[in-house]
Design a protein around this ligand. Structure first.
Ligand code: SF4
Length: 265
């Protein structure tokens, strides 16, 4: 496997699921047949999970026997190393408070929305970079010492100095609620002392999204069809739960895949 963007997507997708992580750790101790794996994870969709692991080149499947591949062994080694490093670094972090909400101003990009400037204390400093993976759409910049987090239309920037700028909020109440959520997410992670390994930067293409939608063009979501829905999802204007068809039986693998991709948009 070359380690390119599409391979990274396959591996991240495969390992982003608890059942598949359990399977790969089980296989790290030796080859197993499918029935043994099924007994361990007790999952009726075992063939689906094994196929995902196989597509990501993390396991090899011959007849009904599964074996961890060289790529899978390397992945487990780097995963373990990365977790240990992150644990050590996070032990320096202290819980934060939103000390002050200083300003509520109209947004430059959209005058119907607001921009809030607040202060987080104590400043997160060097810990900010380590926290990037806990936010599905978080992006840390070394140059600016800032972490940009996108959630729907709301864009929040946290600086190492403690300053927080939140853009595209509807009103003061929404800003307060979002700042509280942000504080709780950070503090829960600090309390656990565990941060997931840094995520690879994955580029999501429009067609990646479209091909996993049901493609019935039923319009239940209020869009012209699945392609329009995919465009609006890429723009952060709709959410996956607005597609009613994805909740129907048989679409579970599509939904899981789309949830994974949506975290990288
Ligand atoms: S509800 Fe789902 S299946 Fe129906 S048009 Fe919208 S995206 Fe497509």
């Amino acid at each position: 496997m070359s380690g390119g963007s599409s391979e990274t997507k396959l591996v991240n997708f495969a390992m982003g699921n608890k059942t598949r992580r359990k399977i790969i750790n089980f296989l790290a101790n030796g080859n197993r047949n499918v029935e043994e794996i099924e007994a361990l994870v007790g999952n009726k969709t075992i063939d689906f999970h094994l196929k995902i692991l196989q597509d990501a080149d993390l396991i090899e499947l011959t007849e009904r026997t599964a074996k961890i591949s060289e790529h899978g062994k390397n992945f487990l080694k780097s995963d373990k190393k990365s977790n240990t490093e992150e644990l050590k670094d996070l032990s320096q972090a202290k819980p934060v408070e939103i000390a002050e909400v200083r300003q509520l101003l109209p947004c430059i990009a959209d005058s119907t929305k607001f921009r809030v400037i607040a202060n987080m204390a104590p400043p997160l400093g060097g810990v900010l970079k380590i926290l990037e993976p806990i936010f599905p759409r978080g992006n840390y910049s070394d140059k600016k010492d800032s972490l940009i987090i996108q959630k729907g239309e709301i864009i929040t920037t946290i600086y190492g100095s403690g300053k927080v700028v939140m853009r595209m909020v509807k009103n003061e109440n929404e800003a307060k609620e979002e700042l509280e959520n942000l504080k709780n997410t950070i503090n829960e992670t600090i309390k656990k002392g565990i941060v997931p390994p840094p995520r690879e930067k994955v580029r999501v293409e429009l067609m990646d999204i479209y091909k996993h939608l049901p493609q019935t063009n039923c319009r239940d979501c209020g869009e012209q069809g699945c392609y329009s829905f995919a465009i609006r999802l890429m723009a952060g204007q709709v959410s996956l739960d607005q597609c009613t068809q994805l909740k129907e039986p048989g679409y579970e693998p599509n939904l899981e895949r789309l949830q994974f991709l949506a975290a990288y948009i």
